[in-house]
Design a protein around this ligand. Structure first.
Ligand code: DX5
Ligand code: ZN
Length: 219
């Protein structure tokens, strides 16, 4: 499988989301990354269920990669699923039973991911190799776009990838935060499968060239 690129709407023009989702898809993004923040798990608040519903209605063919940075995510899984999420990723640190939450997401026919903050060791994910579809390694502290990439991340990704391979798991590794043309090759060589990128894609003069550069290709 090639590298997947998930464009984070946090850096899109929020007054014309449908336009920006279409632009990201036309530029070659595989997924649309939808960051949900509740002001508790993160310091910041972003957007939620009705906004996802509106995006799905406007651009139904896009794949919505929903990143829940909220406490008690199990309370909201069904609502985000109904609103149009294709993949739902929640945080290991977010006061929830991880196995039950994965089961709930899968019972709704959606892909399930578990995310960890930069300070959480990857080993906490090891019990979920057979049940999770994806592990999201935060390469910045959750809460804001445009932050600098955490330099400790490549070792963490490499260790997780080795363990995934050793145990024959099919789980993908997604990375999120500070991903651009310079950091993408570092995380890809460490074993990342899916690259989330917000400010780099939506801030680019040529979005198509930006998405290609994340895959290590010129236009
Ligand atoms: C941060 C979010 C990210 C954010 C990434 O909490 O989870 O998805 O949009 O933004 P960039 O790519 O600008 O670092
Ligand atoms: Zn995110």
């Amino acid at each position: 499988m090639g590298v997947l690129v998930s464009a984070s709407l946090l850096s899109a023009d929020l007054s014309r989301l449908a336009h920006d989702i279409n632009s990201a898809c036309e530029a070659g993004a595989d997924w649309i990354h939808f960051d949900v923040m509740d002001g508790h798990f993160t310091k910041n608040i972003s957007y939620g269920i009705p906004v996802l519903e509106a995006c799905k209605k406007a651009v139904p063919e896009a794949f919505y990669d929903v990143h829940l940075m909220v406490d008690k995510p199990d309370l909201y899984v069904k609502l985000f699923s109904d609103a149009g999420a294709d993949m739902i990723t929640f945080h290991y640190e977010a006061m929830t039973n991880v196995f039950d939450t994965i089961r709930l997401i899968k019972s709704l026919g959606k892909k399930a991911g578990i995310s960890i903050r930069p300070d959480t060791p990857a080993a906490v994910l090891y019990p979920y190799f057979d049940t999770a579809d994806m592990f999201l390694i935060m390469t910045v502290e959750p809460g804001f776009g445009g932050q600098a990439f955490d330099e400790r991340s490549p070792d963490k990704i490499r260790g997780l990838k080795n363990e995934i391979t050793r145990r024959g798991s099919c789980a993908l590794i997604e990375v999120d935060g500070g991903i651009n043309k310079d950091t993408a090759p570092i995380v890809l060589s460490a074993g990342a499968d899916v690259l989330v990128s917000g400010s780099y894609i939506f801030g680019a003069d040529n979005m198509k060239a930006a998405v290609s550069s994340l895959r290590g290709k010129a236009l």
